[in-house]
Every structure is written in C-alpha cells, then in structure tokens.
Ligand binder design. Structure first.
Ligand SMILES: [Zn+2]
Length: 227
C-alpha cells in the first residue's frame, strides 16, 4: 500500500490535477502517475504560499494518505447532499492495533475527500484564482488527518454533517477554517417547478433545481446538471 500519498481518482481526476497545478504555478511542479498519485517538487528559488507548502507536505507526509474522489456527480456518494467539496473524514488504516506496542506497525491516517471538479474549477475561474478551491479541498483533507493525529485518536473521525459544520471545535471545522480559503463566496438559490425561487424553511419549499452563485451573483453550478 502506498503511503505519503495524495491520490486523485474519478472521472474528473485529470481536471482536478490541472486545477491543483494552476493553484501552485511557479511554486510547485506537480506530476500524476497512472494510479492518480500526485508528486510535488518545489520550483527552485520559489517562496511557497501557505496552500502550496501544505500541498507539498500532504504529498510527502509518510503518515497520511489523502484520497480525493474527483467527479462531476450531482450528489455526494453517501447521499449527504449536493457535491461541491465534501469532507469525508479520516481514520486510521489499522485502528485495532495499539501503535505504542513494541513491534506494532505504524498506523497511517487515511483521509477521504470528494470534489465536483467542474463546479470548483468554475468557482475559482470566476473569482480570478484558478485552482484555489481545489487546493482548499485537498489541503483541508490533509489538515483533518493531521488534527486527528494530534488529538491522539486512532478511530474514525466524523464527516462534515450539519452538526459538525455548526461546531467550531469539530475536526471538519478546524480543518476547513485553517486551510487556505476557498477563494470565493458561495450562495445557494433554489427554484421550484415553476421557476420561482423558494427558500429553506418556507412552507412552499419544494425545489427542483439548485443554482450556486459566487461573486456578484454569478452562477457557477447547477444541480441537477444541465444536459
Ligand atoms: Zn472546506
């Protein structure tokens, strides 16, 4: 099994890779092998941004594997909700082994993240920071794994459910808040079958379409996807 890895899989792995490279241009030179494993090399004489240095750490940290599923799926694989970027949490690859025992193999923390590469690519382009939203997602997953290690917890850590989002001490929120920013604001707009905007919590909230906007109300993603 590979360690010290950032691994991009899914039907949009190549797009995700290109976005990552855009986000660190002039700082890191990235390559990706046929298994989706990303390798990073610092560009000579460059000064690394926070995000670039965290990406470099993620690709060279032998105790963490970051798996990123990059697709154009409308919904997260677990059905939690519409997919832009999703923190799938992290866990030890062998939680049954007490790592302090003599001779026990080292435990690796495996983090899982899901991204809609089409949506994140548009979000970043509209905001004039190509690839930054992808960099946020990949380094957020890595940060989450490092937080789990620091907490000394070898078990499964929670995913980004609503409770976690509202709890500033959750692994998700600490990882999200500490990572390089997504690079743009995100607003949700729901529409009913008649094309009228409807709002969460109202009695007529029966949306059939969700449009995400950024910046000055510029649409960048529609669920379900446009055919
Ligand atoms: Zn985040």
């Amino acid at each position: 099994m590979g360690v010290d890895d950032v691994i991009l899989t899914g039907n949009k792995a190549k797009e995700a890779f290109q976005q990552l490279q855009s986000s660190v241009n002039g700082q890191l030179s990235l390559s990706m092998d046929d298994k989706g494993k990303v390798t990073a090399t610092q560009v000579e004489g460059s000064t690394l941004s926070k995000g670039a240095s965290e990406l470099l750490a993620a690709t060279s940290d032998s105790s963490v594997t970051v798996n990123v599923s990059a697709t154009d799926n409308d919904i997260t694989s677990g059905g939690e909700g519409p997919l832009l970027g999703f923190f799938g949490g992290n866990k030890s690859d062998n939680p049954s082994i007490e790592s302090s025992l003599p001779g026990a193999p080292d435990q690796k923390i495996v983090a899982n993240q899901e991204v809609n590469a089409d949506a994140l690519g548009k979000l970043s382009n509209i905001n004039g920071n190509p690839g930054q939203a992808m960099l946020h997602e990949v380094t957020e997953a890595y940060r989450g794994a490092v937080i789990t290690q620091a907490d000394g917890n070898s078990g499964v850590r929670s995913t980004a459910n609503n409770d976690d989002g509202g709890n500033p001490t959750s692994v998700y929120r600490r990882a999200h808040d500490g990572a390089v920013s997504q690079g743009g604001n995100i607003s949700e707009h729901f529409y009913n079958a008649q094309g009228q905007e409807v709002y969460r919590g109202s009695s007529n909230f029966q949306p059939v379409q969700l449009i995400y906007t950024t910046g000055n109300n510029t649409p960048f993603h529609t669920v379900p996807k446009q055919r």
